[in-house]
Design a protein around this ligand. Structure first.
Ligand code: F6R
Length: 606
C-alpha cells in the first residue's frame, strides 16, 4: 500500500507525476509531491487521485529533485492534511513513506513533549521530526540515529533542503528499487516505473539505507557499512502493460488468461511430464510430510483453498488452507514435517510475508507461488515457483489467480506422483486437462462474454447475490463473490452449498439471485438438491455448469455453460464467466473498475 517515488536529474515534476500515475494502483486516497528549490522544500498535496494533483503542480517551482507519494490511508483520514510528503518542524526535511510505524504514538508523545507540533494524524510525521532532531549536518548520520527508533515497516524517500540534489532512502520490510538511468536517478516502490528508462535496477534489501545522486546509488546495510549490491535485470512481470484496445485493465487481463496459463504451464511441463528444477522433495522425503499448509490472502487464499482439495485428492497428504492473517497469529503446530505453500501474486503482502517468516522460524519448509520476480518473498522463501501471468495492473486479480490455480494443479500432480497416490493413467488424464486449459479458457471467454454482458443488466440492481458450491466449486464461489463485491460494490456472499440450510437460507427471498457453481463432479447432484431448496424459497437461480450437465440444470432456470473439464481443473473454467459478470456489472454501475474504492493492489500493511 502506498507508492513512493523519488527522482533527481533534469526536470523532476513530470517524471514524478508519471511515476505516481503508474504507482496509483498501490493506493489512491491522496497524492503529494515535494521538490527542492532555492534552498527550501516546496510541497503540493491533494486529496484523491493523482489526476487532481497533476492539475495543482504548476504551483511548484522548477526543480531537478523531488519525492512523491500516492496513499492508501492507514493512520488518519484520507484527506489533504494526512497526505504525504510530511515536513519536519523547520521545513528542512520532507518524507514519503510506505509501511507502518507501529510505535509512532510513543514517539509522537515524546516529540510533542520536546516541542514538536504535529500537523497530521499520520505515523509518518514522526520520522520527519526525528530526522530533524537527529540532524547535525549529515543526513545519513541522522538516519543512523533515527531508523533504529522505528518499529514496523517502511520504504522511505527523504529530501533535505541542505542537499538539494540528493534523495535519501531507507527500507525495512517494504519494497524499494533504485536506479541511475540516462534520464536521471530514481527510487520507486515498484520497478515497473523504471522500465521506460532502464533494464536494470537495485532491489534494496530490508535494512538498507542510503542516497541517490544524479550519477550514483550509495547503499549502506543495517549495520551502517557501505555495501555493493548487484543490479537485477527487470523482468517481464515488471514491464508495465498498456490497455491497448480494451477500456479497462480488468477486461484486458481477463482476456489474457489463456496466455497466462499457457506460459505458466509451459515453464513446468517437459516431454509430457511436470518438471520442477530442484524440487525440495523426492519419493523418500515426501513420505515424511505429515501435513501441508497452503496460505494466502484474498484471492490467493481462494487459490490456496482450491489447492487443499486438489492436493488431498492427488497426494493423500492431509492439507489445510489458511488466511495468512490468521496463520501468523494463530499458527498450527509447525515443524520440519509440515511444509507451507505460500501463494502471493505480488510477493509483498505483509501478512503472507509474516506467515512465511513464522513458518521458517519453526523449521517448516517454505515454498512460494509468486508472480513478481525480485519480490520480498522470493528472497526469503526456501523455494519459489513463478506463475508467468505478466504484469497485472487491475486491482482485482484475474489472470494471476488463474495462473496460480494452474501452478497448484501442477504441483499437486508432481507430488501425487512422488507419493505414489497417482497412477500413470490418472496423472496423464489430469495433466492433459491442465494442458488444454488455455484453449478452453479462450473458448469460454469468447462464447460467454455476450451472455455475461446481458446477465449483468439484471444483476446490477440486486441487493444481495449468493454464490454456492461444494468441493472445489466452493472456493470458486468465494472467488466469484469477492470479484463481484470488490468491483461492483454489490453485497455478495459465498456459502458452501450444504451449509445454506444452517442459517444463510433465511436471507433468500423472492428473486434473490443465487449463482450455483456446479462443475465439481461427484457433488453435482448434491448441489442440485440445494438449488431446489432455494428455488422453493423464491430464489432466482443461475447455474454454472459444463455442457455435460446442462440439461439437468436447465430445469431450474438460467444456465451458464463452460467447456467440459476434469473436475480437478473445473475451477479454472467456472471462474471465467464470473469474472466477466463482475466486470460488466461494475461497468453498468459506473464503478471505477480498475481501482475500486478503498482497495490497493499490493497490501504491504497488516
Ligand atoms: C482480489 C485481490 C486480492 C489479492 C490479495 C493478495 O481481487 O486481488 O484479494 O488476492 O490482496 O494479494 P497477493 O496475491 O499479492 O498476495
Amino acid at each position: 500500500m502506498c507508492g513512493i517515488i523519488g527522482y533527481t536529474g533534469t526536470n523532476a515534476v513530470p517524471y514524478l507525476i508519471k511515476g505516481l500515475e503508474m504507482l496509483e494502483y498501490r493506493g489512491y486516497d491522496s497524492a503529494g509531491i515535494a521538490v527542492t528549490a532555492k534552498g527550501a522544500i516546496q510541497c503540493v498535496k491533494r486529496e484523491g487521485r493523482v489526476s487532481r494533483l497533476r492539475k495543482a503542480v504548476d504551483a511548484l517551482p522548477f526543480s531537478s529533485t523531488g519525492i512523491a507519494h500516492t496513499r492508501w490511508a492507514t493512520h488518519g483520514k484520507p484527506d489533504e492534511t494526512n497526505a504525504h510528503p510530511h515536513i519536519s518542524k523547520s521545513g528542512i526535511f520532507a518524507v514519503v513513506h510506505n509501511g507502518i510505524i507501529e510505535n509512532f504514538s510513543v514517539l509522537r508523545t515524546q516529540l510533542e513533549k520536546e516541542g514538536y507540533a504535529f500537523t497530521s494524524q499520520t505515523d509518518t510525521e514522526v520520522i520527519a521530526h526525528l530526522l530533524e532532531k537527529n540532524y547535525s549536518g549529515s543526513v545519513t548520520d541522522a538516519m543512523r540515529e533515527t531508523l533504529p527508533l522505528l518499529e514496523g515497516s517502511y520504504a522511505l524517500g527523504i529530501l533535505c533542503s541542505e542537499y538539494p540534489e540528493n534523495i535519501y532512502f531507507a527500507v525495512r520490510s517494504s519494497p524499494l528499487t533504485a536506479s541511475v538511468t540516462p534520464d536521471g536517478a530514481f527510487i520507486s516502490s515498484d520497478p515497473s516505473v523504471l522500465t521506460s528508462y532502464t533494464k536494470k535496477a537495485y532491489r534494496l534489501k530490508s535494512g538498507d539505507f542510503g542516497r541517490i545522486t544524479k550519477t550514483a546509488v550509495e547503499i549502506f546495510s543495517a549495520d551502517g557499512k557501505r555495501v555493493k549490491r548487484d543490479e537485477a535485470e527487470l523482468s517481464e512481470s515488471d514491464i508495465n502493460a498498456e490497455k491497448g484496445e480494451f477500456p479497462h485493465y480488468m477486461l484486458k487481463e481477463i482476456y489474457e488468461q489463456p496466455e497466462a496459463v499457457l506460459n505458466t504451464c509451459r515453464a513446468y511441463i517437459r516431454s509430457g511430464e511436470v518438471f520442477f528444477n530442484s524440487f525440495p522433495f523426492d519419493k523418500k522425503s515426501i513420505k515424511k510430510i505429515s501435513r501441508l499448509y497452503l496460505v494466502g490472502c484474498g484471492s490467493a487464499y481462494h487459490a490456496a483453498l482450491t489447492g487443499k482439495y486438489v492436493f488431498e485428492l492427488l497426494t493423500d497428504i492431509p492439507c489445510e488452507a489458511a488466511f495468512a492473517s490468521e496463520f501468523r497469529y494463530s499458527p498450527p503446530p509447525l515443524d520440519s514435517s509440515t511444509p507451507v505453500i505460500l501463494i502471493s501474486q505480488s510477493g509483498e503482502t505483509a501478512d503472507t510475508i509474516a506467515a512465511l517468516r513464522l513458518a521458517k522460524e519453526k523449521s517448516a519448509h517454505t515454498l512460494s507461488v509468486l508472480n513478481v520476480r525480485g519480490c520480498t518473498m522470493e528472497s526469503e522463501s526456501d523455494c519459489c515457483f513463478f506463475t508467468l501471468a505478466g504484469k497485472e495492473t487491475a486491482v482485482a486479480t484475474t489472470k494471476a489467480y488463474s495462473a496460480q490455480l494452474s501452478l497448484i494443479y501442477l504441483l499437486a500432480l508432481h507430488m501425487g506422483k512422488l507419493t505414489g497416490k497417482l497412477n500413470g493413467s490418472e496423472y496423464g488424464i489430469i495433466l492433459e486437462s491442465v494442458m488444454s486449459l488455455p484453449d478452453r479458457i479462450r473458448s469460454a471467454t469468447g462464447v460467454l462474454d455476450a451472455q455475461m454482458r446481458n446477465l449483468a443488466k439484471s444483476i446490477k440492481d440486486a441487493g444481495n447475490v449468493f454464490f454456492i458450491g461444494r468441493g472445489t466449486d466452493y472456493p470458486a464461489a468465494m472467488e466469484a463473490a469477492l470479484k463481484l463485491k470488490e468491483v461492483s460494490y454489490i453485497k455478495s456472499d459465498a456459502v458452501a452449498a450444504g451449509e445454506l440450510k444452517h442459517g444463510s437460507i433465511s436471507l433468500i427471498e423472492k428473486d434473490t439471485p443465487v449463482i450455483a457453481l456446479c462443475c465439481g463432479g461427484k457433488t453435482f447432484f448434491k448441489t442440485l438438491s440445494n438449488v431446489r431448496e432455494v428455488i422453493s424459497r423464491g430464489a432466482r437461480v443461475i447455474c454454472v455448469t459444463d455442457s455435460s450437465h446442462k440439461k439437468e440444470c436447465s430445469a431450474f432456470g438460467e444456465v451458464i455453460t463452460v467447456p467440459v473439464s476434469h473436475p480437478v481443473t473445473a475451477p479454472s473454467l467456472e471462474i471465467i464467466p464470473m469474472q466477466l459478470l463482475s466486470y460488466y456489472t461494475a461497468l453498468l454501475k459506473g464503478c471505477d473498475i480498475d481501482k475500486p474504492r478503498n482497495l490497493a493492489k499490493s497490501v504491504t500493511v497488516e
